[in-house]
Each structure stands twice: as C-alpha cells, then as structure tokens.
Write a protein that binds this ligand. Structure first.
Ligand code: FES
Length: 153
C-alpha cells in the first residue's frame, strides 16, 4: 500500500482504509471498519478491552499501529459469530450471563478464544493465567471463569 492507505484483512475481508500517522489498529477497526466489538479501555495495553486476534493470537489493538497489522489476519469479536449465531466461546459467555456492565467482555472472549485455538483443553490454572491481565472492574470474575470453563467443555 502507498502512503496514506493501509490494507487490512479483517474477519476474512480485505479492507482498504485511510491511514493517518500513528493510527492504532483499534482506531482503524472502530472508526474506519465500524467494528465496535473491540473496546477502548485504557489505551495503554494494560486492560485487555481492545483485544483482537492477529494471526490467531491475542493482541492489544490499542497499542498496535494499524500499519504493523498489514498482511496479518485480524479477527474481531464480530468475526467469531453473530447475534443470531454466536460462536461457541461467545455462546458460553451468554449461557453463563458473564456480563455485568459488559465492557471487558470483548477482551475476555477474545482471550479465551485465542487460548482455545492453541490449547483446546486448558487446565483451570492455564485459563486463569491467560485471563490474569484482563481487567473487569465490576468484579464479575467468577462468572467469567465459569464461562471460560464452559467454552472448554
Ligand atoms: Fe487496549 Fe486497555 S484499551 S489494553
């Protein structure tokens, strides 16, 4: 791509987007692709609300330059399923009513999804280790862990 344009592969589609200097992947996804699954929490890579998959691996899109994501496969929450047909990880979180305010859930779901893609049968300790840097300010961790266990089952 030439200056001013970034081409991203998002949820299986090629997206040609305007690129401003210093633009993050989160800004490109939310503002230019109208994908609101990834959330803006801290903007510092610390809370996990903005998590997406980059080549199947969990990444914090608020600190990843959009230009650095060119040529990689990006999957957002919207790429896992729809409201009518949620993916298995999404369904587990729905079944467990894991949301309180729901702001952190994108990051929780994407992080569990990434874990299950590389390890389909994680232990409790592995689930907890994976989620330890995803913040939930409502304190809904018990339900979130239930949902993660259900996603494994
Ligand atoms: Fe990206 Fe908090 S918004 S880690």
């Amino acid at each position: 791509a030439h200056a001013g344009v970034v081409v991203l592969q998002v949820n299986g589609q090629s997206r040609r987007l305007p690129q401003s200097p210093g633009q993050t992947l989160l800004q490109a996804l939310r503002n230019d692709c109208c994908l609101n699954g990834p959330k803006y929490g801290c903007g510092l890579g610390e809370c996990g609300a903005c998590t997406v998959l980059v080549d199947g691996v969990a990444a914090r899109s608020c600190v990843l330059p959009a230009a650095a994501a060119q040529g990689r496969r990006i999957t957002t929450l919207e790429g896992l399923g729809t409201a009518q047909a949620p993916g298995p990880t999404q369904q587990a979180f729905i079944d467990c009513e894991a949301a309180q305010c729901g702001y952190c859930l994108n990051g929780m779901i994407m992080t569990v999804e990434a874990l299950l893609r590389r390890n389909p049968d994680p232990t409790e300790a592995e689930i907890r280790r994976e989620l330890r840097h995803n913040l939930c300010r409502c304190g809904t961790h018990v339900e979130i862990l239930q949902a993660a266990r259900r996603a494994v089952a």
